[in-house]
Design a protein around this ligand. Structure first.
Ligand SMILES: [Zn+2]
Length: 248
């Protein structure tokens, strides 16, 4: 449903079963309604239907109607509507967000984590907001998720001390940043073998190989102070010449 209002004139556009309904809301006594059959509804057919019933409307009012229809059928507007709907659908699949979020665990990714990594929802929210300014997103699903995650995290229950699982698909957003959070002491790491929080994570690199001017790759390993392996992954850096980072 699309509605627009200006100078006492209010339009409501709805589509149902291949029909476009246009309702003029401001005149209660003479409720005007136009319906036109068109699949998909187009601006031209809507305007034709309106012209039939709104012969009395001229000049400014007609220009306003024309402008409203143009906006309602414009691609950016329809994309925005679709985005809002899909963000809502995504949010409905999520549990309530608690104070902390489990951003890495054996269940997330491809088994590279045999520990748990927890970050406060507050810090993850700050990261999502900052990342949005620095990253260009091309995939539609990623755009929906990037729009939804700050809304979800913004509703986090403060100081309840509980942990929520990161939505599985959002692991793609954060996977390249988890080590930074751990190194900076922002994230807390749980060793499942010791069944306790790890004060100091021992990080090491092995099998480093240089790809000339293209970048380099290595295996990253994390251990707890008792020597339990908590993380193993192959890392690769490729230099991309450009200002903005690309994410799927
Ligand atoms: Zn351990």
């Amino acid at each position: 449903m699309v509605s627009a209002a200006e100078g006492g004139l209010k339009l409501e556009l709805t589509t149902s079963g291949g029909l476009l309904f246009v309702r003029e809301m401001s005149r209660k006594n003479r409720a005007l309604e136009a319906a036109t059959k068109c699949t998909p509804p187009s601006r031209k057919t809507a305007l034709e239907a309106l012209a039939q019933v709104w012969r009395g409307l001229k000049g400014k009012a007609m220009a306003f109607i024309r402008e409203s229809l143009k906006r309602a059928f414009s691609k950016p507007y329809r994309e925005q509507q679709r985005m809002d709907r899909e963000v809502q659908v995504f949010l409905e699949t999520l549990p309530p967000c608690h104070q902390f979020v489990l951003v890495a665990s054996p269940e997330l990714g491809e088994g590279e984590y045999s520990c748990g990594v927890v970050l406060s929802a507050h810090e993850l929210l700050a990261w999502y907001r900052k990342e949005a300014e620095m990253t260009t997103i091309y995939s539609w699903d990623a755009k929906v998720r990037r729009r939804a995650m700050p809304l979800w995290l913004g509703q986090a229950r403060a100081n309840d001390g509980q942990v929520t699982d990161l939505p599985r698909s959002a692991f793609r957003d954060v996977r390249g940043f988890i080590a930074d959070w751990v190194e900076a002491g922002q994230a807390h790491v749980w060793c499942y073998h010791c069944e306790s929080w790890v004060d100091e994570v021992i990080m090491s690199k092995t099998d480093e190989s240089h790809l000339g001017r293209l970048g380099s790759s290595w295996t990253e390993l994390w251990y707890c102070t008792e020597g339990h392996k908590m993380h193993e992954s192959r890392q690769e850096i490729r230099w991309i010449y450009g200002n903005r980072r690309r994410v799927s």
